[in-house]
Design a protein around this ligand. Structure first.
Ligand SMILES: Nc1ccn([C@@H]2O[C@H](COP(=O)(O)O)[C@@H](O)[C@H]2O)c(=O)n1
Length: 320
């Protein structure tokens, strides 16, 4: 009502604005020049609302390849979970050549800013299906996967340990939702000592026969642009995620934005997108689509700072 009295309107608004500023999230990492935001105020309000709700109401949903793992290191591409399988122990030269040709054909399509997701979808199915067929023909042995991962240049982003450990300490579930290969993904996080009990994975898992030889892939294929289906069929059923309406979502592809579609009665969703490749072509689209965009940032610095802020109220309670 006071708002209807003009002379009181401005002071009340100013006091409210100052109060808002004072109580807003203070995260200096958001001021880095690699951080882009369409609406900084909305980002801060969302983070603040999540902080007030606390760690007990939070879940984190993250993509894996090129989101939790680096895109490049020392100027060289870091392998995805599929590419880790391109190892002499697992596949022969001819298969390796074919898989690389497919990557060179389809990866540019996956990241093409000029094509729609609908347009890309059948082509992604083609890519994944052909590669999985080739891998099955190679009769890959389960017992050799760990060694292939060990000898690969797979690398999680700098600051990954802080990220995984913080979530574990705060008992926040982490759902890794990946169109990569689940068995390889598990091995990467196991070898980095962060496969904690709060980590849940939805991915393409291999199906081995009794002798431990790859014979198929389990369940419905997950590729970059059908994560919504997986979110509705698998993630929505995960009991550990129930009663956690606030979501911190991390991805590197626009398809990753649908990973939280299975969260019922969500309250606050903050999306963070790593823009690793084709920066100039995709910047505008990413800023429109993700709340926070991290341009060519190989670290977990910003997600860690946001996470620390959101879970800081629980820290205080634990200290008390
Ligand atoms: N044969 C393939 C198929 C896909 N990729 C890449 O893996 C990424 C999928 O995994 P997410 O954890 O990011 O969902 C995807 O972005 C493809 O570029 C591949 O390298 N080889």
């Amino acid at each position: 009502m006071v708002y209807h009295i003009p002379w009181i309107y401005t002071p009340v608004r100013s006091v409210l604005a100052i109060w808002h500023q004072l109580t807003k999230a203070e995260i200096p990492e958001l001021a880095k020049c690699s951080v882009l935001m369409r609406d900084r105020s909305r980002v801060e309000d969302t983070i603040y609302a999540m902080q007030r709700a606390g760690a007990g109401r939070l879940q984190v949903i993250s993509d894996f390849d090129m989101t939790l793992t680096r895109f490049a290191h020392n100027g060289k591409r870091v392998p995805t979970t599929h590419n880790i399988l391109d190892h002499r122990l697992l596949i022969d030269e001819d298969c390796s050549k074919k898989i690389r040709e497919l990557l060179n054909t389809y990866y540019p399509i996956e990241i093409d800013a000029g094509r729609t997701a609908e347009d890309k979808l059948p082509l992604m199915v083609e890519w994944w299906t052909q590669v999985h067929e080739l891998l099955i023909q190679q009769r890959i042995r389960k017992d050799l996967l760990a060694q292939a991962v060990k000898e690969s240049s797979a690398m999680l982003r700098e600051g990954y340990k802080v990220f995984f450990d913080r979530l574990t300490e705060q008992q926040v579930p982490l759902l890794i939702f990946s169109a990569g290969v689940g068995d390889v993904l598990e091995e990467v996080i196991r070898q980095n000592n962060v496969f904690h009990p709060n980590v849940h994975i939805i991915s393409n898992y291999m199906d081995f026969d009794q002798t431990g030889v790859l014979r198929a892939f389990q369940g419905q294929l997950i590729h970059t642009f059908n994560k919504r289906e997986g979110a509705l069929s698998h993630a929505s059923g995960l009991r550990v995620l129930q009663g956690r309406p606030n979501v911190l979502l991390l991805g590197d592809s626009l398809g990753d934005l649908t990973m939280a579609d299975g969260v019922s009665e969500h309250q606050n969703i903050l999306t963070i997108g790593f823009l690793n490749d084709q920066m100039d072509e995709r910047k505008e689209l990413y800023v429109k689509s993700f709340d926070v965009v991290l341009v060519k940032d190989e670290t977990m610095e910003v997600p860690n700072a946001i996470l620390k802020y959101i879970t800081s109220s629980t820290d205080n309670k634990l200290d008390a």
